[in-house]
Structure formats: structure tokens, C-alpha cells
Design a protein around this ligand. Structure first.
Ligand SMILES: C[S@@+](CC[C@H](N)C(=O)[O-])C[C@H]1O[C@@H](n2cnc3c(N)ncnc32)[C@H](O)[C@@H]1O
Length: 220
């Protein structure tokens, strides 16, 4: 069961009763998503590319997705977005988040109307934006595609340790192109070692409010 919960910046998140954790930071869902994934990830990669493929781990509410579409439409970027999700939410729950307020109605409506189909097949939301949400767990996910950017947005190591083992991080990193970028809201000694072992250089960046630091890593 997921319960809609307000966060400190006024945006909502969901509280997942089974896992015992929120989908986003209690200090601000919207500001965390913008800080970690858009500013440290997408903006960084878009300095050198105008055609960007993203692999997200944990689609959840789609907040990272809609903010990415918004950014790409404002900067004339072609976006190819694949997001693995083991437990997809219903459109009814997604509609209750209030996230439609953060993007144009055109972006929101094309997201909602393509969401269920995107769980089965890639969908073109516009000429410039494709979405696919493989309904599977990360460990069972495979593809021949390689991505420019990974948004690693799993529940925390305290609540879902199996999403932060060396093996699963290496599995995810395998889908990144050489020179590709990996961003996540978390940073721990184990995570840094796991990513370095995959041949990445790492950067510690200031975290979103409520977290001192976050990780950005580049595949050599
Ligand atoms: C922190 S939330 C993601 C928040 C999301 N990015 C958003 O913007 O709303 C973590 C997500 O990972 C999903 N998840 C849990 N276990 C998973 C697994 N083994 N493989 C893929 N996704 C998983 C959860 O269902 C949840 O949607």
C-alpha cells in the first residue's frame, strides 16, 4: 500500500508501507529530483549531447521522467528513456501525486495516456521523446542497448540492500556506454568501491537538502 505524503518543499511523495520508505526525500521530492537527476545528471550530459538515452532504475511515480521530458523539450534534446520498474503504480495513484503541476499539460497528458502501454512496449510520446518501462526487476533486466546516463533511484540500502550489492551495481553499470554518466542520491563507501571496481571515476557532489553528498560517476 502506498500513501500520499507531503514533503518539506510542498511536493508530495508516496510512502511504501511494505518497504517502510518514501519514494523521494522527505526534505523535498521535487527539489531532490531536480538536484540529483536533472541538474547533476541530465544537465551535465546535455552539455555535450543533444540526443540522450537514459536508463532509470525505479520508475515509481515518473517524477524524474516528466522533469527530464520538460528539460529536454526546453533544450531541443531527443530523449530515449528506459526505466525498469518491478512494481508499477496505477495511473490512478500517479494522478494523485499532484505532479501534473510541474510540467505542461501536453507533457503530463502524453505521459499518462502512454503509461500503461509503455509497461509492455516502447512508446513515442512525441517526435522527440520515447518511453519504455520494462516491468521487471533490475537483476532480470537485459538489453543490447547502451545508455548515456543512468538514474539510479532504488530505495535506500537500509530498506533494500539487495539493490546496492557490488553485483547489482555492476549489472546496472554494464548498460552504460563508455563515457556515460551514473548518478544517484546516495553515497557510501561500498557504493564508491563498487562503482570504481567497474572502471568508473567518481565525483562527490553536494547532496539534495537533507543529504550532505551524492554520487556522480563516469565510465572510462
Ligand atoms: C525510490 S523509488 C523510485 C522513485 C521514482 N524514480 C520516482 O521518480 O517516483 C524506487 C522504485 O524502485 C522500484 N523497485 C523495487 N525493487 C525493484 C527491483 N528489484 N527492480 C526494479 N525496480 C524496483 C520500486 O517499486 C520503486 O518504484
Amino acid at each position: 500500500m502506498n500513501i500520499i505524503t507531503p514533503t518539506a518543499d510542498g511536493s508530495n511523495t508516496l510512502y511504501n508501507e511494505t518497504i517502510g520508505e518514501h519514494y523521494h526525500s522527505k526534505h523535498g521530492a521535487l527539489q531532490e529530483s531536480r538536484h540529483v537527476f536533472i541538474d547533476a545528471g541530465l544537465k551535465f550530459v546535455s552539455a555535450e549531447k543533444s540526443d540522450i538515452s537514459i536508463l532509470e532504475v525505479g520508475f515509481g511515480t515518473g517524477l524524474n521522467f516528466i522533469l527530464s521530458v520538460d528539460y529536454c523539450s526546453q533544450h531541443n534534446i531527443h530523449l530515449d528513456y528506459t526505466s525498469i520498474e518491478a512494481f508499477p503504480l496505477t495511473t490512478e495513484v500517479i494522478n494523485q501525486t499532484g505532479y501534473s503541476a510541474y510540467v505542461s499539460s501536453e507533457i503530463w497528458n502524453s505521459f499518462i495516456s502512454n503509461y500503461n502501454e509503455a509497461l509492455h512496449h516502447p512508446q513515442a510520446l512525441s517526435e522527440h521523446c520515447k518511453l519504455e518501462i520494462p516491468h521487471t526487476t533490475l537483476d532480470n533486466f537485459t538489453t543490447v542497448k547502451r545508455f548515456d546516463l543512468i538514474y539510479y533511484d532504488a530505495f535506500s540500502v537500509q530498506h533494500q540492500p539487495e539493490m546496492w550489492t557490488n553485483e547489482i551495481i555492476a549489472h546496472a553499470c554494464n548498460f552504460l556506454k563508455p563515457g556515460g554518466t551514473f548518478v544517484t542520491y546516495a553515497i557510501t563507501g561500498n557504493l564508491k568501491r563498487a562503482v570504481k571496481a567497474c572502471g568508473f571515476t567518481i565525483e562527490k557532489l553536494p547532496g539534495a537538502p537533507g543529504k550532505r553528498e551524492m554520487l556522480r560517476a563516469i565510465k572510462i
